[in-house]
Design a protein around this ligand. Structure first.
Ligand code: HEC
Length: 159
């Protein structure tokens, strides 16, 4: 009798141990799984969609591609690069104003001085289009800006 209850005690212990191990394992797998499949946030989806629209504007109605080129590298000495541009990424408000109003005169981009003229696009592009094209260039060719530019920010900077 004693022997019987002792062996069932061992059996229960062994089961508990095995269950604990299995449980532990499946928990780890479970959490890895969740991480991989983590649903993108609403903000992230909105940014991805804005970037997609922005690409079409860059290559279309915004005309950006004609000067800054498809690879965003511009043409040294003539059209400054947007790819890895310290100037573009350095000041968000200035970047919005750049697209709205264009610019004339000297600017130094990645150590190279440009003295050209960019036409303002504010009359052609809506607030949303300006935001979209900036979200595209600020998330392409090595640039990264997860803090999405919103149409309201553009509206606030229009004269
Ligand atoms: C007709 C040619 C032309 C077009 C079209 C054009 N740009 Fe420019 N862009 C320039 C020039 C030239 C400069 C430098 C101006 C200066 O020297 O003052 C510039 C400067 C810039 C800068 C700041 C410098 C840098 O490289 O970071 C940004 C940002 C920019 N452009 C974005 C855009 C975007 C976005 C579009 C499309 C909506 C666009 N540009 C359309 C010619 C152009």
């Amino acid at each position: 009798m004693l022997k019987h209850s002792f062996s069932s005690y061992c059996f229960v212990l062994l089961c508990t141990f095995l269950l604990a191990c299995a449980g532990g394992n499946s928990q780890t797998e479970g959490s890895e799984h969740t991480e991989e499949q983590a649903a993108p946030s609403a903000e992230n989806i909105a940014l991805q969609e804005s970037i997609k629209r922005g690409e079409a504007i860059y290559n279309g109605v915004g005309l950006c591609v004609t000067c800054h080129m498809a690879d965003g590298k511009g043409q040294e000495g003539l059209f400054p690069p947007l790819a890895n541009s310290d100037y573009l990424m350095g000041d968000r408000k200035r970047a919005i104003l750049q697209v709205l109003n264009g610019a004339v005169g000297e600017m130094v981009v990645n150590g190279v001085t440009y003295n050209g003229a960019m036409p303002g696009m504010g009359a052609t592009l809506s607030d949303e289009q300006v935001a979209d094209v900036l979200n595209y260039v600020m998330n392409s060719w090595g640039n990264e800006n997860e803090d999405m530019i919103k149409p309201e920010e553009v509206a606030a900077l229009r004269e």
